[in-house]
Design a protein around this ligand. Structure first.
Ligand code: NDP
Length: 332
């Protein structure tokens, strides 16, 4: 089977030459392991950080080794109790066609309950990030006005909709194209949205939220965070989920320059990692699963087909080519 390898550490924006698709042997699973044929791969912003050789909360990818990441696939051979050929599993050895996975690192998923791609998106890591970030980290309360950046992405599109379903007074989103902005207000129920490429974020946010905001869910950082600090009301909260505007940066961002407002407004700015919120998983699956079944929660996906195009999908996601979760499907 083929697997994508990192062959050079990107400087700034990654380029296709930083990656190579190479053949790796498909081995029989040893005791306690399963052989999985991957059906859908996840490409995620945090993977950009793993391409740098720096210590972080996830170790860097090794050079000339297969990359890893979220994937769902079908068990084709099993030497593990509780897993049978034909079962579907979620696991962490993506970026490749076949994976030998330890049983304790695989979670069975049911394609009759939700499409398999949902376990990489709305019912998976990005979904829990949105749910936990809004409800636990940002301490969302009914009546709050909520602003989310990266609002047409996997996490952001769910944050805005969950806020609306939970009784937000106003939901505002920003995204990088007029088409995404249209979808936010016309399809996903946002009250207001703007294209951050069309003008200063601070001015556009003030126009979209003239009475200010109580919660900012940050996926972007930089100028967006600065704008949010200016628009936050007293006792406002920020969940710092991501800062994608910085991931390819070669210089640190000067913004936010208005951090002193944190004092007078008694703001709380809190970083988060989804892995700290596993205890919320049962409530998350129940509540979000209910909204999916009732049709109240849209969970868009952008699907790129073929292992050959996995790097294109990753680079495209960094450029904003996705609406909702970016998925690579390995058809046939
Ligand atoms: P998305 O589906 O939102 O895809 C990334 C999006 O980022 C693109 O579609 C693009 O949309 C936007 N983007 C790219 N560059 C910029 C830029 N310079 N300024 C503003 N927007 C930009 O990804 P996810 O939903 O998976 O992740 C969203 C954020 O959440 C990321 O920052 C990620 O790192 C973070 N995250 C954090 C987790 C945690 O535990 N802390 C867990 C999961 C995700 P556009 O067209 O709008 O520019």
């Amino acid at each position: 089977g083929r697997a994508w390898h990192l062959v050079a550490r990107p400087h700034g924006v990654p380029v296709p030459e930083d990656f190579a698709l190479r053949e790796i042997p498909v081995t029989e699973p040893g005791p306690g392991r399963i052989l999985v044929r991957n059906l859908h791969l996840s490409v995620d912003p945090y993977m950009r950080g793993r391409m740098n050789d720096v210590k972080s909360y996830v170790p860097p990818f090794r050079l000339d080794a297969p990359m890893d990441g979220g994937a769902v696939g079908e068990v084709v051979a099993s030497e593990a109790d509780g897993f049978a050929v034909g079962d579907h599993v979620l696991h962490g050895l993506g970026w490749r066609e076949y994976a030998v996975v330890k049983a304790e690192h695989a979670t069975k998923v049911d394609p009759a309950v939700a499409p398999l791609t949902a376990y990489l998106g709305v019912l998976g890591m990005p979904g829990l990030t949105a749910y936990a970030g809004l409800l636990e980290v940002a301490s969302f309360q009914e009546g709050d006005a909520v602003f989310v950046s990266g609002a047409a992405g996997a996490v952001g599109s769910l944050v805005g909709q969950i806020a609306r379903l939970k009784g937000a007074s106003r939901v505002i989103g920003s995204a990088g194209s007029d088409e995404k902005v249209r979808a936010l207000t016309e399809e996903y129920g946002f009250d207001a949205a703007f294209n951050y490429k069309n003008g200063p974020v601070g001015e556009q946010l003030k126009e979209a939220a003239p009475d200010g905001i109580d919660v900012y869910f940050d996926n972007v950082g930089g100028e967006h965070l600065e704008a949010a600090i200016s628009s936050l009301r007293v006792h406002g909260r920020v969940a710092v989920c991501g800062m994608i505007s910085q991931y390819n940066a070669t210089e640190p961002s000067p913004a936010p320059r208005n951090l002193a407002q944190v004092i007078g407004k008694r703001l709380r700015i809190q970083g988060m990692l989804v892995s700290d919120h596993q205890a919320l998983q049962p409530r998350f699956v129940e509540e979000v699963g209910g909204w999916i079944r009732s049709g109240d929660l849209h969970h868009p996906e952008t699907v790129v087909h073929g292992i050959d195009h996995a790097v294109d999908a990753f680079l495209g996601m960094l450029r904003g080519e996705n609406t909702g979760k970016m998925i690579v499907s390995l058809d046939g």
